[in-house]
Design a protein around this ligand. Structure first.
Ligand SMILES: O=C[C@H](O)[C@H](O)[C@H](O)COP(=O)(O)O
Length: 288
């Protein structure tokens, strides 16, 4: 490993008279106005980091913390690891919501456990794919919805962290997937029952998630497999989901072969939203 050091080098100056100006200083009144640099544009990833760091401020030493999955939650993991290393936080126990999060949390030094050992979680921090005005969520576009729902459902407080692109007028409103985890056995039959459930809904579509689609690399065309060795069936609602969400949730869950769906209804305690104009925090008491 090469050592990097800084040093001062004396350089002979051939024409020292050129090092200063003979011109008198410009009077302040004639000087051009100071250049005010515009604030650096924030990228979507900056916004995710801002929301994540705000959520981590809620942690206290000794807490059992549900660790979310995805690109936003990853910033929370990094921040928790950093605060543990600096001794600002101590004795945190993390409960990871996916194998990927487990590996990431271990790499940044967060001690880990599970719901067996810690059935009550003080606080969970996780991202979301969609947030509606009542703080209902769509989650699971990364495929981790089942473990997330188990751990976040066992949490005293569930804090959702998003950039403002995730806010929608109604669930499914982004036109992107509402995931349903199904067992692989006869998945086509389960997909058919999900299709029948929404028959007649304009703009509805349903697809088995493929690994190539999830990886975005156009590679192997195999079903995407979750951490629980299940498949994901993605529901698409061109115009969003309208109607009684609890009833729709029950109907989906009553289909044998469905393990869980990615609508997280009435679960979020608060949502921290980072946008280009700042951070907004919505609490469940404000909206329900
Ligand atoms: O399965 C994935 C999780 O539900 C994520 O929390 C969700 O997809 C949001 O991920 P991201 O923060 O990467 O947008």
């Amino acid at each position: 490993m090469p050592t990097v050091r800084s040093e001062t080098v004396d350089v002979a100056v051939s024409f020292p008279h050129l090092l200063y100006s003979e011109k008198p200083p410009i009077p302040a009144s004639l000087a051009p106005p100071p250049v005010v640099e515009p604030p650096a544009a924030r990228t979507p990833d900056d916004l995710k980091r801002i929301a994540a760091h705000r959520a981590v401020e809620l942690l206290e030493s000794g807490m059992v913390v549900g660790l979310g999955t995805g690109s936003t939650a990853a910033h929370a993991l990094d921040r928790i690891g950093e605060l543990l290393r600096r001794g600002v936080l101590r004795d945190i126990v993390g409960i990871p919501t996916s194998k990927k999060t487990e590996a990431h949390a271990a790499a940044v030094g967060i001690p880990l456990s599970d719901l067996h050992a810690h059935p009550i979680v003080d606080i969970s921090i996780d991202g979301a794919d969609e947030v509606d005005p009542s703080l209902n969520l769509v989650k699971g576009r990364g495929g981790s919805l089942l473990r997330e729902k188990m751990i976040e459902g066992a949490s005293r407080r569930f804090v959702v962290i998003v950039d403002d692109s995730k806010m929608v007028p109604c669930l499914g409103g982004s036109g992107l997937a509402v995931p349903v985890e199904v067992i692989p056995f006869c998945w086509g039959h389960t997909l058919g029952r999900l299709r029948s459930l929404f028959e007649g809904v304009p703009g509805f579509d349903v697809k088995l998630r493929r690994a190539a689609v999830a990886a975005g690399d156009g590679g192997k065309d195999e079903p995407f497999v979750t951490d629980n060795m299940n498949y994901i069936v993605d529901l698409f609602f061109e115009n969003g989901i309208h109607g009684d969400l609890d009833l729709i949730s029950d109907k989906i869950l009553r289909i044998t072969g469905v393990v869980e769906h990615g609508m997280f209804l009435g679960m979020a305690s608060s949502v921290i939203i980072a946008g280009k104009d700042g951070v907004t925090v919505l609490d469940e008491q404000q909206v329900r």
